[in-house]
Ligand binder design. Structure first.
Ligand code: PEP
Length: 281
């Protein structure tokens, strides 16, 4: 990924008709956690109506409490993939927490006739789960979104991402999602999007920002813009190549992270802000 002395490879990859590189930008708006088929369909229809071909859909959710909703797992994959095909979604970012999930995803894609592509997501909690990273690195079918560990140094996270490449998978995007600090942050996590150009300087990975898990709420600045929108614009102006962002048709009914979800009515405004910020980059 650019950290090995002999690594001279190009800083982009192609997947399912889309190019991911340090010059491209893709928005992955979608559900933090799949809850109902109806919500998946409402989300995907809205994306299609606004010209979007990527989304995020959480099936396997790593939760802080064992008593919280853990995601529908493989049971929801068939309808998520079928609907993706119906609405022209080319790539779904989906977190996995165990290597068995790769087979489950592969089987469900096969069963439904491969209607979409999947980008495997390594969540912040698994950033140093080296056995999982090696397993994900061994398969080269799916690209990977690796999210920075929230309590380790940037260098440690970059080395962890390198486990994917060292096993053979170089289709890796590095995700910034905010850091935990002990300073009583106004946001859920300390927003780290100033590190977008740093990661691009140190590696050849495209860089993703996750404004939803960074800010963690619908807090609004005095100018009437949500903090999520402000930090997204900041990240795009800093050169972000991917935006992973939570939306939900009915945030109050979301089973995971509803308070940080944007509504479908906000989608066109969000996309327009991203477009303007990208022009300013
Ligand atoms: C997520 O993207 O759904 C998620 C849980 O993110 P993170 O691993 O950054 O907390």
């Amino acid at each position: 990924l650019g950290r090995h002395k002999d690594d001279q490879r190009l800083s982009y990859f192609d997947y399912n008709g889309l190019r991911f590189g340090q010059d491209t930008l893709h928005v992955f708006a979608g559900l933090c956690a799949v809850d109902t088929r109806e919500h998946v369909e409402m989300m995907m229809r809205a994306l299609r109506d606004h010209g979007q071909v990527c989304t995020r859909m959480g099936a396997y959710k790593p939760r802080t409490s064992p008593y919280s909703f853990q995601g529908h797992g493989k049971a929801c994959l068939p309808y998520v993939f079928e609907l993706a095909g119906k609405y022209g979604i080319k790539v779904i970012a989906m977190e996995i927490t165990h290597e068995d999930h790769i087979d489950q995803i592969r089987e469900a894609l096969h069963m439904t006739g491969n209607p979409t592509g999947v980008m495997l997501q390594i969540g912040t909690r698994n950033a140093q789960n080296f056995e999982l990273l090696k397993a994900v690195g061994r398969q080269q079918e799916f690209p990977v979104l690796f999210k920075r560990g929230f309590g380790i140094t940037l260098d440690e996270s970059l080395n962890a991402a390198e486990y994917l490449a060292s096993e053979g998978n170089r289709k890796v995007i590095f995700g910034l999602r905010g850091m935990k600090t002990n300073m009583g942050d106004p946001h859920r996590n300390f927003v780290d999007f100033s590190h977008v150009p740093v990661v691009k300087r140190l590696t050849r990975m495209p860089v993703c920002i996750d404004p939803s898990h960074s800010v963690g709420s619908r807090a609004m600045a005095p100018d009437g813009l949500l903090d999520i929108m402000h930090v997204t614009a900041q990240g795009v102006i800093a050169g972000a190549n991917m935006i992973l962002v939570d939306f939900h048709p009915e945030p109050s009914k979301a089973l995971v992270d509803g308070p940080q979800a944007l509504t479908l009515a906000e989608l066109p405004y969000f996309l327009e802000d991203v477009r303007i910020a990208r022009e300013a980059y």
